[in-house]
Design a protein around this ligand. Structure first.
Ligand code: KDG
Ligand code: MG
Length: 402
């Protein structure tokens, strides 16, 4: 069997997605997600111009060799664009391997380690009262874990709190919109939110909160301490994570667990965080961290250091990524939680998939391969629309990090 064609499909069924479809000379094909929010066309060009021509004629069964060839062979290693492109190819090759073997991908990864993949949903609202209603909705649907975000009094808008209750989409305009941020307002407000949530929902519902990289280590330490009475499952992305040793400071001050990794593209971005046990959950994804092959490597390293997985699963990761994530989540020994946001109807129609939600768990498809596809005819009806993630500024106008 040989790779006959590598197609790069860009479509926008309510939001942009880039998908790789690898077709073999025997007609079997596989799909991989290559979506990098706000930078979609950079990955599409990398794949079309540089990767696709090098893959034709190769044996699709040689997943590890192709991974190493694309990673080491390019000379320029790592980075989100490169690693997303490699991830898409890797994911498509696992899909092909599963189809050829006649097995769902999780069986190729060692088989099932649990009955289902526990997911967390997103409760967002402007006010505390409104977020309590949102949380109830998730509890009624059977969710066992809920991420809670609210607007911050004194701030006009807050990143991560979507206007649409059902669907999350922070990338709105071609030229980024801008938000204004105040750490003082934020640190004052968040403990009040979780005090109310615990009062209302009791001690056992798993609660999470995303800080979106907006604090310094000592501010994050204060936040963690102030949230200790409400025993969160994690605070996510408390600080920008380029400086891995910065997490030591947070760790020295608080027992609130820490999750990080949605913007990481390789094992080197979290090696110190994991080996020094500075985090509790690693949130790297199939699509942005080099595919199933490389993510498995990250999770295996994490397993040695008591760090569990908590993969990112926002709506800018396509159903192809979600399907791949679920196979890995089901198989690894150190699974923690999987983020799950529902895609819109249009997205679901373009990416028919067999995974399903039931009683707080997602279950991957039992079909051979990943159990997800792309309807190319339908995809062609949704042309690309430029959309960028917003920019964050402090009240005095300084550009602030996420
Ligand atoms: O593309 C950025 C989104 O995926 C991000 O804002 C979502 O932080 C996020 C999360 O944890 O889901
Ligand atoms: Mg996040």
């Amino acid at each position: 069997m040989k790779i006959a064609e590598v197609r790069v499909i860009v479509t926008c069924p309510d939001r942009n997605f880039v998908t790789v479809k690898i077709v073999t000379d025997e007609g079997v094909y596989g799909v991989g997600d290559a979506t990098l929010n706000g930078r979609e066309l950079a990955v599409a060009a990398y794949l079309t111009e540089h990767v696709a021509p090098q893959l034709t004629g190769r044996d699709p069964a040689r997943i590890e060799d192709i991974w190493q060839y694309l990673y080491k062979g390019a000379y320029w290693r790592r980075g989100p664009v490169t690693m997303t492109a490699i991830a898409a190819v890797d994911t498509a090759l696992w899909d092909i391997k599963g189809k050829v073997a006649g097995l769902p991908v999780y069986q190729l990864l060692g088989g099932r380690s649990r009955e289902g993949v526990t997911v967390y949903g997103h409760a967002n609202a402007d006010s505390i009262d409104a977020v309590l209603t949102e949380i109830s909705g998730y509890v009624d649907l059977g969710y066992r874990a809920v991420r809670v975000q609210t607007g911050i009094p004194g701030l006009e808008s807050t990143y991560g709190v979507s206007k649409d209750r059902m669907f999350y989409e922070p990338a709105d305009a071609a030229i980024p919109t801008e938000n204004v941020w105040s750490t003082a307002h934020y640190l004052d407000h968040v403990p009040r939110v979780f005090a109310r949530v615990r009062e209302e929902f009791g001690p056992t519902l798993r609660l999470l909160h995303d800080v979106h990289h907006r604090l310094t280590p000592i501010e994050a330490a204060r936040l963690g301490k102030s949230l200790e009475p409400y025993h969160l499952t994690w605070i996510e992305d408390p600080v920008p994570a380029e400086l891995q040793e910065g997490f030591r400071l947070i760790r020295q001050h608080t027992t609130t667990p820490i999750a990080v990794g949605e913007v990481f593209s390789s094992i080197w971005d979290c090696q110190q965080l994991i080996t020094e046990q500075l985090i509790d959950y690693i949130r790297t994804t199939v699509v942005h961290a080099g595919g199933i092959t490389h993510l498995r490597r990250i999770f295996d390293l994490a397993n040695l250091y008591h760090v569990r997985s908590g993969s990112h699963g926002a709506t800018d990761l396509s159903p192809v990524c979600m399907a791949a994530a679920l196979h890995l989540d089901l198989a690894i020994p150190n699974f923690g939680l999987q983020e799950y946001m529902r895609h819109t109807e249009a997205t679901d129609a373009v990416f028919p998939h067999g995974y399903r939600f039931e009683g707080g768990y997602l279950h991957p498809s039992e079909e051979p391969g990943l159990g997800v596809d792309i309807d190319e005819e339908l995809a062609a009806r949704y042309p690309y629309r430029a959309a960028s993630l917003p920019v964050n500024r402090l009240e005095d106008g300084t550009v602030h990090s996420w």
